[in-house]
Design a protein around this ligand. Structure first.
Ligand SMILES: C[S@@+](CC[C@H](N)C(=O)[O-])C[C@H]1O[C@@H](n2cnc3c(N)ncnc32)[C@H](O)[C@@H]1O
Length: 274
C-alpha cells in the first residue's frame, strides 16, 4: 500500500504498510455499559491499544480485552500547555500506526466531541494514506439530555466551550437551550490540578446575567459513571453560580428564556398551498 519513510517509536518503520489502520473509539460515560459491540471488537482485535479514559475501572476493563494497552495521559504534565500535550498524543498514536499496526485509540465519552487528538490523528493518518476512522459513542451531552429530560429539538440547542464562549463574545440565542462545556476549568490553558475556576466563573456568570437576569436557574451537570450512583444535577440562580462547587467534569446547562413570538405572516406564507 503506502511506502513510509518515517521513524516510529520502535525505530525505522516497515517498508510496506499493509496492516496499518487506525480506529478511534469512544467508551461513553457509563463504565463499560456504553461500550458498543463494534468498539469492543476493535479493542480486542487491535495490535496496539492506546487510551485516555480517566476512570481506572474502564482502563482495567480495556486491559482485560487487550493486554497491549498503554495510556496517553503520560503526555500531560503540570504547567505544560494543553495544546502541547495533545500534539504529543497525536504523534504517539501515529508512531504506533506507522509501525504497520492496527491501532485502536479509546477516548472517554464520544471520541470526537470536545476531543482534539482523535480527529487530528485520523486527519494526519489519512494524509499518509493510512485507513483511519472514528466510531461514535455517548457524549456528556447525550447523557445530559437523558438525565435532565431535555430534547434539543424542542427549543434548539447551542453548545460552546466555556472559555471560547467568553473570550470570543460568542453570539447565542437565549431563547434556545445553552450548554457550556469545560466550565469547571474555564480559563485554564495547561494542566493545573489545583486550578481555581472561581474568578473565571464569576466573569461568566456576569456575562450570562446580562442576557438572562440574576435569578435565572442554571444547572451544573455531571453524568454518573456507575449504575448505582445518581448523576449530579445542581440547580442554582445565576447569581449563585460562582459559589457553586465545580469540577473538571462539570457541564453547565442554561435553560431557555420564553420563546419569541411567531411571525404570523411568515407562518402563513409557509403554510400556503398553491
Ligand atoms: C475534553 S471534554 C471531553 C468531552 C467528551 N469527549 C464527551 O464526549 O462528552 C471535557 C468536558 O466534558 C464534559 N464532561 C466530562 N465528563 C463529564 C461528566 N461526567 N458529566 C458531564 N459532563 C462531563 C465537561 O464539560 C468537561 O469539562
Amino acid at each position: 500500500m503506502t511506502e513510509q519513510t518515517h521513524e516510529g517509536v520502535g525505530g525505522p518503520v516497515p517498508e510496506t504498510m499493509d496492516n496499518a489502520q487506525l480506529v478511534v473509539v469512544g467508551t461513553g460515560f457509563r463504565a463499560i455499559g456504553d461500550l458498543t459491540v463494534e468498539a469492543r471488537a476493535c479493542l480486542e482485535q487491535a495490535d496496539k491499544v492506546l487510551c485516555l479514559i480517566g476512570d481506572p475501572l474502564v482502563t482495567r476493563h480495556i486491559g482485560a480485552l487487550n493486554a497491549s494497552v498503554e495510556t496517553l495521559d503520560v503526555h500531560y504534565a503540570v504547567g505544560k500547555p494543553r495544546s502541547a500535550s495533545y500534539e504529543d498524543m497525536v504523534e504517539h498514536i501515529l508512531s504506533e500506526v506507522r509501525r504497520d499496526q492496527f491501532v485502536c485509540v479509546a477516548l472517554y465519552g464520544h471520541p470526537g466531541v470536545f476531543a482534539y487528538p482523535g480527529h487530528e490523528a485520523i486527519r494526519r493518518a489519512r494524509l499518509e494514506g493510512i485507513a483511519a476512522r472514528m466510531l461514535p459513542a455517548c457524549s456528556a451531552e447525550d447523557w445530559l439530555f437523558a438525565d435532565l429530560g431535555l430534547d434539543p429539538g424542542e427549543r434548539g440547542c447551542q453548545s460552546f466551550e466555556a472559555t471560547d464562549f467568553l473570550i470570543r463574545h460568542r453570539v447565542f440565542d437565549p431563547t434556545g437551550l445553552l450548554i457550556l462545556w469545560q466550565v469547571g476549568v474555564i480559563g485554564m490553558m495547561d494542566r493545573d490540578p489545583g486550578y481555581d475556576a472561581r474568578p473565571g466563573v464569576t466573569i461568566l456568570a456576569d456575562a450570562l446575567v446580562a442576557s438572562y437576569g440574576s435569578d435565572h436557574p442554571v444547572t451544573v451537570y455531571e453524568a454518573s459513571p456507575y449504575v448505582t450512583a445518581e448523576p449530579r444535577m445542581t440547580t442554582v440562580p445565576l447569581a449563585k453560580l460562582p459559589d457553586t462547587p465545580l469540577s473538571a467534569a462539570s457541564t453547565l446547562v442554561v435553560p431557555p428564556l420564553p420563546p419569541r413570538p411567531v411571525d404570523r405572516e411568515l407562518l402563513g406564507r409557509l403554510a400556503a398551498r398553491r
